[in-house]
Each structure stands twice: as structure tokens, then as C-alpha cells.
Design a protein around this ligand. Structure first.
Ligand SMILES: *Cc1c(COP(=O)(O)O)cnc(C)c1O
Length: 430
């Protein structure tokens, strides 16, 4: 679900009119719905309730400490990929004991931080890393909880930049080598084998690849349980969301014929629970995008219209530095006007582009949209995941604000960055 809809002619998030909101906070701005985030967490948690399931939210999808705090309050664990994320979890009131630490390049400092915090598991991605974790734990005189990440060599059928479970990807240890890696890890004194992890990719819109990977790996998990008494199997994240038709269908006629079918929690659970239940162990899920993707939008204002011989450009005040998904992964985002268009008949094909000096700086190309003019605001939908977290100051553009809506309440969970803050840490040598 999501909580963005037209009411009385204006797009609302929960009980808040977004047109009046941006009169105050300006544009560009990210807006998140608390109810949507909670609904996604609860639906997934209930859908998998037949299993002993721990949701470790993939922090990198949206790591504002207010969002982390919301999920911590629900009892969520966290999948982290850096020391910075662990720092955030602690600040947000999360439980490090429910944190799994992923990533191919953990540094000594990060391993030490994880050990000090008492995390649930280091999910190691190479044998060299396991040996290094063993060494660092040994120097501290402690034992590090670990799991190995297996690369099941399954095609996630997603964009090549977000596919992670094929042999040619840098992630995990090959399925053919994983048994030997466990054998060697079991002989190390300062690691304790706790589980097995995999993550085959992101934005999967069908359950098939998940099913294939789980089927392939389950017999091996059973072996690990017998051999090393492992406690958990993490099947990773990757549940896709609908980027097309993200508002209630039927409301907006210009979407017709381009609907994506969402992967529902019901389908996911129906396919995977029967395969996982016989293992009789803790199952960890690491959803990121599913939890926050459709819970956030980015609002931007149209500055100018430019009619070229081949195209019509609408130039807006947000750029690829604010939301990079279209430039980086050819990511599609639905775009709707904040003021509800009277009819769909006035739509025209336009490119929505930002002010940044790059040709990749666009949010939509050749997209039929209801006509919008200079001064009108538009919402780039489904921007809650991999949106603000990937923002940069490129072109010396300050970070946009992040706003969390809770019913009628508006919480600024990060104010717009000022120019002073933009250069605050820079130093001219004397
Ligand atoms: C990024 C990542 C996730 C989350 O992926 P989503 O597609 O956002 O669900 C989960 N696990 C690991 C190891 C990741 O790197």
C-alpha cells in the first residue's frame, strides 16, 4: 500500500496537503509516509509468521535515523554494510544484536565496531575476509559470529547493475566452493559459524528466481545444520516494488496499458514458506526497497519549458544529484502533478530534466504527462528507497530536506542543507 492520493484537487500524503506543505519547505523535497512504512513491515512480518522469521531491514535503502527508529520500534533487525550504518542504528535505538553486517570490503575498523557492538553476524563474502575477521577477533580475545554468503548462480532477471547472484558478480562465494569454505572456517579459533546468507539481486518482480535459489540452497543449509549446528538462513532482500502505476489505478488514465504487476507478500510467502519451514531454523529477510520504496516521493517545481525541434523539455529544480536512479539504473519513476489535472486530455509527451550539467540528468524521457507549467509542482513517485541516500552535492547543490508525515503531523527529519553547511568542513591551506 501507500498513502499518496489526490484529495480535494491536491496530492496528499496521509492527512497532509503536499501543495501547502511545499509552500513551507520549498522544493526539491523528499516526503515519506510513516503509515506506509509500518504497513509494509507488518504485512511482511505477518505473511511470514509461520516461520521463525527475523526481518533485517536493509539500512542502505533509506538510512535516515527517523526511519530506522520507526522500524526499531517494530522490533526490526537491520542489515548493514558499513560502520557508518552501524553508528546510525545505535543512534536510532536499534538493537545491534539483531544486526547482520554485509559487504565485500569490511575494514579492520568496521570489524572491530561490529565486535564491540555485539552484532548478530558478519556475513562474510570471501575466505580472505573470514580469515581477517578471525585475526581481528583473536587480537581482541573474542569470537566473531559469522555466516558465509553463497552466490547461488541464479539469474535474478533484473537490471545488470542490481543483479548480485550470478557467478560473474563480485558478491558471495561460488556455490561450488562454499562447502570447502565452511570446512576451513570451522577450524578457525576466533569465529563461530552461525548461518548462511544469500542475496541474489534487487527489484525482483517475480518469485521464480527466489524460489529457484532457495530450492538450490536448502539441502546445503540442512547439511550445515547437521555439521555446524547453524542457527539461521538469510535469504536476502530484493522484493521488487511497482514503479509503474504507483498511485491507485483507475485514478489516472494516462497510465493505462503500462501496468507492472507487483510481487505480493502472499505470493512470496506461498512459494517460499513451504521450502523453508522444514529447515526448522531462524529465517532472515533483508528487504530494503520493499519497505520504503513506495513510502516516499520527491517533489520538484517546474522552472522552465523549452521547446526544441525534436523534444519538449520541462526543466525542474531537482537534479540527478537529488535522485540518481534514472541516470544510474535507467530507473523508471511515475511522475504526477501535485495539483490534480482536470482531465487527461491535455497530456503531452515531454522530457523532465534537471539543472545539472550532464545529459543523464533526467527523470523522464518522451513521457506523456498532463501539461504542467512553470511554477507547478510535480511528484516523482516511489522515491523512498535509494533516493535521498544516493544524493550528492554535485554542482554544489545542497541536500534537499526529508519530511516524515504521520497522519496530519509533519516532521522535518532533515532540514534543507544551507550553503554554509555545504562548505563547513572544507579548509583553505594557509
Ligand atoms: C542491498 C541489499 C539488500 C536489500 O536489497 P533490496 O532490493 O532493497 O531489498 C539486502 N541484502 C543485501 C546483502 C544487500 O546488499
Amino acid at each position: 500500500m501507500h498513502s499518496f492520493e489526490y484529495r480535494n484537487g491536491a496530492l496528499h500524503c496521509e492527512g497532509v496537503n503536499l501543495d501547502t506543505l511545499v509552500d513551507e519547505v520549498g522544493t526539491p523535497a523528499y516526503v515519506y509516509s510513516k503509515a506506509t512504512i509500518l504497513d509494509h513491515y507488518r504485512r511482511l512480518s505477518e505473511g511470514m509468521s509461520e516461520l521463525d522469521c527475523l526481518i533485517c531491514y536493509a539500512t542502505k535503502a533509506n538510512s535516515n535515523i527517523a526511519v530506522l527508529n520507526l522500524l526499531a520500534g517494530e522490533g526490526s533487525g537491520f542489515d548493514i554494510v558499513s560502520g557508518g550504518e552501524l553508528f546510525r542504528i545505535k543512534k536510532a535505538g536499534g538493537d545491534p544484536g539483531k544486526c547482520t553486517f554485509a559487504g565485500v570490503g569490511k575494514t579492520r575498523e568496521e570489524i572491530e565496531m561490529g565486535l564491540d557492538a555485539g552484532i548478530l553476524s558478519f556475513n562474510a563474502e570471501s575466505e580472505a575476509e573470514v580469515e581477517f575477521i578471525n585475526q581481528v577477533a583473536g587480537e581482541k580475545g573474542v569470537v566473531a559470529p559469522i555466516a558465509l554468503r553463497v552466490n547461488p548462480n541464479v539469474d535474478a532477471k533484473t537490471h545488470k547493475y542490481i543483479s548480485t547472484g550470478k557467478s560473474e558478480n563480485k558478491f558471495g562465494i561460488d556455490f561450488e566452493s562454499i562447502a570447502g569454505a565452511y570446512e576451513r572456517a570451522s577450524q578457525l579459533e576466533h569465529v563461530k559459524i552461525r548461518g548462511l546468507q544469500m542475496h541474489i539481486g534487487s527489484q525482483l518482480t517475480s518469485v521464480g528466481p527466489f524460489e529457484e535459489a532457495v530450492k538450490k540452497v536448502v539441502p546445503f543449509v540442512q547439511q550445515l545444520k547437521d555439521l555446524y549446528d547453524i542457527e539461521f538462513f538469510s535469504i536476502g532482500g530484493g522484493i521488487g516494488i511497482v514503479y509503474n502505476d504507483s498511485l491507485a489505478s483507475g485514478v489516472m488514465s494516462w497510465w493505462e496499458g503500462q501496468e507492472e504487476k507487483p510481487l505480493t507478500v502472499e505470493e512470496y510467502a506461498q512459494a517460499l514458506v513451504p521450502l523453508l519451514k522444514p529447515l526448522d531454523m531462524k529465517i532472515i529477510l533483508e528487504p530494503g526497497r520493499f519497505m520504503v520504496g513506495n513510502a516516499g516521493i520527491m517533489i520538484t517545481e517546474v522552472l522552465y519549458e523549452k521547446r526544441g525541434s525534436a523534444k519538449t523539455f520541462k526543466i525542474v529544480d531537482a537534479g540527478m544529484n537529488d535522485l540518481i536512479r534514472p541516470a544510474l539504473y535507467e530507473g523508471h519513476h511515475d511522475i504526477v502533478p501535485i495539483k490534480e489535472p482536470a482531465t487527461a486530455s491535455t497530456e503531452e509527451k515531454v522530457d523532465i530534466v534537471g539543472p545539472v550539467c550532464e545529459s543523464g540528468d533526467f527523470f523522464a524521457q518522451d513521457r506523456p504527462l498532463p501539461s504542467v507549467e512553470s511554477g507547478d509542482r510535480i511528484a516523482v513517485l516511489s522515491a523512498g528507497a535509494y533516493g535521498f541516500v544516493m544524493a550528492s552535492n554535485y554542482n554544489s547543490r545542497p541536500f534537499p530536506p526529508e519530511i516524515l508525515i504521520d497522519g496530519e503531523e509533519v516532521h522535518t527529519i532533515r532540514p534543507r542543507q544551507s550553503y554554509e553547511e555545504l562548505i563547513e568542513t572544507e579548509i583553505i591551506p594557509r
